[in-house]
Design a protein around this ligand. Structure first.
Ligand code: 1GP
Length: 248
């Protein structure tokens, strides 16, 4: 598909991917929002992820996707709930929450939504979702048995399992607003010993930390909260990532 090829091309060129995560629940002023997203787009964000765990309605999701419509980067659903799937997006992170104790989040929601995804003509991006450390609201709702921040070997075991099951991406999630991000040591360990593409998110608030995570081997950085709290800082993160080439 188009979105998967686009992401693969960035990875093959050694260019870090930056995902701007928009939580429709946190979009209050649509005019301000329009300005912020156009700043992110001009700065060179690679794609928009749209979703959030609590307080998101289908109407708001659609409204946000409509506002992103004219920007020439993929709009990707970051799912939390099978009702939050919109045909206004290009693709969906089709995720299994690998470390959930509840089969619903591992395979149930996926079965309940696959035909919806097909009918909406959304491109599925096969992704393993692994919740680490703080875990935030996602860990609570998803009934995750979180992987401790310092247990890189356990993260690798999940990464290899995901890779062997054919998933293309592993999203290491510390939780939205986490006081500590996933550690570079974990990213390095997982990236060296597996071939899965690591996406990292949760608590990333500085260009230094974002760069460090990319240098450790992450292919993609997700920033959510910082876009709402300090858009200028989010732009600085994008600028910093654009200066990094991981190969060549
Ligand atoms: C949350 O990983 C994302 O699902 C982003 O986290 O909001 O802390 O940037 P932040």
């Amino acid at each position: 598909g188009k979105t998967a090829s686009y992401l693969r091309k960035l990875i093959n060129e050694g260019r870090p991917i930056h995902f701007s995560l928009i939580d429709p629940d946190k979009v209050t002023d649509l005019e301000v929002f329009g300005k912020v997203v156009s700043m992110l787009y001009k700065a060179g964000t690679s794609a928009f992820l749209v979703g959030g765990t609590l307080g998101v309605s289908k109407e708001r999701l659609d409204a946000v996707l409509s506002l992103l419509q004219d920007l020439d980067v993929p709009k990707i659903i970051f799912p939390s709930n099978i009702n939050l799937i919109s045909d206004k997006a290009d693709a969906i992170l089709f995720m299994s929450l690998l470390n959930s104790d509840d089969l619903y989040y591992v395979i149930g929601a996926q079965v309940s939504s696959s035909i919806i995804v097909k009918m909406a003509r959304l491109e599925p991006i096969p992704t393993g979702y692994l919740i680490v450390g703080h875990g935030g609201t996602a860990a609570h709702i998803g009934r995750a048995r979180v992987v401790p921040y310092d247990n890189a070997e356990l993260a690798l075991a999940y990464a290899l399992a995901a890779e062997y099951m054919g998933m293309q991406y592993l999203y290491l999630e510390a939780g939205s607003g986490a006081p500590e991000t996933v550690r570079p040591e974990m990213i390095r360990f997982v990236s060296k010993a597996s071939n899965i593409n690591v996406i990292v998110g949760g608590g990333i608030r500085s260009p230094e930390r974002a760069s460090e995570l990319i240098r450790a081997g992450a292919k993609a950085i997700v920033t959510g909260n910082i876009i709402e709290s300090d858009a200028e800082k989010a732009i600085k993160i994008i600028d910093a990532l654009q200066k990094i080439y991981t190969i060549g």
